[in-house]
Ligand binder design. Sequence first.
Ligand SMILES: C[S@@+](CC[C@H](N)C(=O)[O-])C[C@H]1O[C@@H](n2cnc3c(N)ncnc32)[C@H](O)[C@@H]1O
Length: 214
Amino acid sequence: MSRYLLQNSDMGLRLVDRFSHQHPLHISFSDAGFSYRLKRSGPKKEMIAKAVAVKPSLKVIDCTAGLGRDAFLLASLGCEVTMFERSKVMAFLLEDALNRALSDERLAEAASRITLVQGDAITLLGRQSTRSDVILIDPMFPIRKKSAQVKGTMQFLQRFIGKDEDVSTLMKCAMATGSQRIVLKRPFSAVELDGFTPTFSLKGKSSRFDIFLQ
Ligand SMILES: C[S@@+](CC[C@H](N)C(=O)[O-])C[C@H]1O[C@@H](n2cnc3c(N)ncnc32)[C@H](O)[C@@H]1O
């Protein structure tokens, strides 16, 4: 019996962990918490918006789509976002959530600015013919000892995906594209990624954005 099961439900596609009592993983851009964040988000309020230097029609490649929240937020602020996700299962969940958003009049405009590509950004960045203004990288953080602190869907994602071990390679590929701005999300007190000194950093409560201008 495999541990994880992809299931259709009334709410859409969801991922069940048969070894856990936790709620299945389900991506929705219309859940109450995210809707509230979208409503109050603005270029000046969201740290991600500042990190990316958001403006309408900015072309962003999100190399680590995950739950698609950063990508959706940036798209709702007018960015054209291409998101890469290497987990096929996560890409199925994202595709399902995006399709639902496209048929929701409150979300359709932002959803229409997002393109999802399933695959490894390390390969895809080399192939990408259209250059982007900004490349965003938000890898899975190492699991903290007090992992109960990592709540809900993120906790599920950490269990399912594990730690992303090849962030340095991904950073090298991002730099090689010649993109002018690369944004790397890191745990608040993590040391700099070996060999990569940011131009500046923006610090939040539990994480920070290292920004590389080139
Ligand atoms: C921490 S999550 C990203 C969360 C996302 N920023 C959000 O707002 O929901 C990291 C995701 O990036 C994906 N990922 C990591 N390295 C990748 C790579 N090289 N190419 C594509 N996807 C990658 C993982 O599979 C995981 O789903």
